[in-house]
Structures are given as structure tokens and as C-alpha cells.
Design a protein around this ligand. Sequence first.
Ligand SMILES: [Zn+2]
Length: 411
Amino acid sequence: MPSVITVPPEAQASPNFNAEAATNAYLAEIPASAKARSDAYFEGGYWMILWDFVYGVIVALLLLNLRWSAGMRNLAERLTRFKPLQTAIYWIEYIVLTTLLVFPLTMYEGYFREHKYGLATQTFGPWLGDQLKGLGIGVVLGGVIVVILFGIVRRLPRTWWIWGAVVTTVFSVFVALIAPVYLFPIFNTIKPLNDPKITEPILSMARANGIPAKDVYQIDASKQSTRMSANVSGFGSTMRITLNDNLLRRGSPEEIQAVMGHEMGHYVLNHVYKGIMYEFIEIVVGFAFLQWALGWSLARWGEKWQIHGIGDTAVLPLVVLLVSIFFFVMTPLDNTFTRTQEYEADMYGLNTSRQPDGFAQAAIHLGEYRKMNPGPVEEWIFYDHPSGRNRIFAAMRWKAENLKLFATPQN
Ligand SMILES: [Zn+2]
């Protein structure tokens, strides 16, 4: 992908400006080899969704049918009589064993495949280090929620699924809230950005949109990957704007402003709160399904798997199996919810940054790992952002309808 994306002649303001032609001119800036690579990477991602799902199902069925899950429960019960501690011990056994069993796939997907497409920047050692940090976080945070949920199931055998949904939602909001301040720094360095040329236009845009940000931060994402990104995170006093260094290094000033306008759109349009509502509804439905499906499966195979009921920690692989079926089926709906919000943020960003060409440049840069021009059904099922082509077209349509903002070159 070209590092600096120029504004093609067809996309420059002129009395004959045409959004469709401008879009095609931008798409034509992508070399055929880069397009082929990005299409292959993204389409491979569709298969990864399937393989991750199938592999996870196989691991869960192994743990149940070989009665390894029952064995891990028995060990936890021998070590302590205190129920919450038994659950915590089982969780550690479970997460370590499943992480090891899934590791070949994790390695292919997270390391070799990323390197093959030139998206990763880490050597194997540091990559493995990040995996271990992730496992550590999984042990602690996963342990907390699993102990709480099993406590609820044991005390409220009839209504656990409602309380479980409430607690799971609250917990995930809590994790999202602490992540920028406590989790991200475990992997990356985040520091204030001291370049007024970049921060001033961003902070000015923030003030104009009622966003209470005083600083702009940068994160050294290039430590792991070549992907460009930015975000506006937190609520109230924890609110912060963060740009990753790939965007800072490769994006034009117009491009950075367009991206920041988009991120501010998420904030002003309350996408975080709407996302929490959506997630809560989905989790309630998921827990209702879980309650029914657990009863159904345990009645058939509970004895064979040596699981004594839904309050028995040995049931966990079955829970994970059912939850993964649920989310696998929900994939198109989840993507469509997110993509709809992303489109709203795109429109907001164009209106606020007034940088349609910067926005088109960003869409092309993001096209390094996202197929630019999918079919409509493909976009509906697999895309959690509008496709690059649709994003560029929306920007060029906006430009066509606001041509007076752009000086027409003389003669
Ligand atoms: Zn977004």
C-alpha cells in the first residue's frame, strides 16, 4: 500500500466533480498486488471464524468426554473444601489446559498468519511474552467472574440466569472502564503527545464538539503491528483521546483529523452506552439460551461426563461450548450493530472534520487488512465497519455536496 496517499485529479474540487468517479480514482491508487493480498487476508479471516469455532468445540468435547473436566474438579475438591476456592482452582486448571490445547491455532492465527501478510512487527519471543501476559489477565479477571457466577448459580438455582446476565454486563463495563488505564499499559507504553501541530487541531475539534479532553495521548502500537488506529475512551474524568503511532507516522494531517472526527463521533453519539444496552440484551438472551441448553444437555450426558449439575464447576467446558455456539450464530447481527454505529461515526466525522480526502486516505490505509470492495451480503455478515469502498464513496458524496468548502484550482 502506498505510504502517502495523494488526492487523485478526479477527486479534486472542480465543476465536474463526480463522487463515483472520485471513488474509483481513489480505489485505483491501490496496487493490484496490495489488493490481492488484503482480499486474501480478509477472506482468510472468514475461515478463521469457522476454524476457531470448530476447534473450540472439539476441545470442549474432549474435556467432557474424556472426563478431564471431572478430573480437574476432583483435584480442586481434594485441595480445599471452600467452594469459591474450588471454583478458582478449577478455573486455573481449565484456562491453562485450554490455552495449551488451542495454542497451535493461536500461533498460526496470531503470529505466522500476521507475519505472512506483513501486519506483525514482533519476533516470536516478545509475542509469546504478550500471550503470557494475556493468560495472566485471563487467570485473574476470568477467575473473578467465574467465582461470582458459580456463587450465583448455587444460591439462586432458578433465577441465576437473570442475575448472571446483570453481573456479566456490569463486569464487562468495569473491565472496559479500567482497561485504558490499567490493562493497555501492561502491553504498550502510553504517553502524552507533545506535538502542537497535531494536538491543537484535535483539541480544537474536541472543544467544538463538547468533548472534555485536555490531552492527546499516543500509544506505541507499532511494537506489535502495522495497523493504524485511534480511539476516544473512558467516561468523564477518565476520558482520553489516543492515537497510535502508526497513524501518526503514516497519516497525513488531514487523515489524522478525519480519523479523530470519526472517533469523536463515537463519543458524542453515546455509542458506548448504546453498545452496553445492546450487549446487555444479547447477554440476557444468551443466558436464557444457556439455562435451557444446559438442562437439556445435562439430562442426556451429565452422568456420562460425571457432572453433578449446573452448580458443578466441571460443567464449564459445556458452558463455553454453548456460549460459543450462541456467539457464532450471532456473528452477523453483532457485526451489523457495530457497523451501523461505525457508519454513524463516519458521517459525524465528515461533518466535524470536513476532511473527505483525509477520510478516503484513511480508508485506503485501513484497506491493508480489510477487503475494500465486498458484495453486499458479504459485508452484512462479516464486516464490523463499512467496507472501504462504501466509506470512500460516502466521503466523496459528502465532498460533492459541499464543494463550496473546497477551493477550485484556478485555470
Ligand atoms: Zn469507529
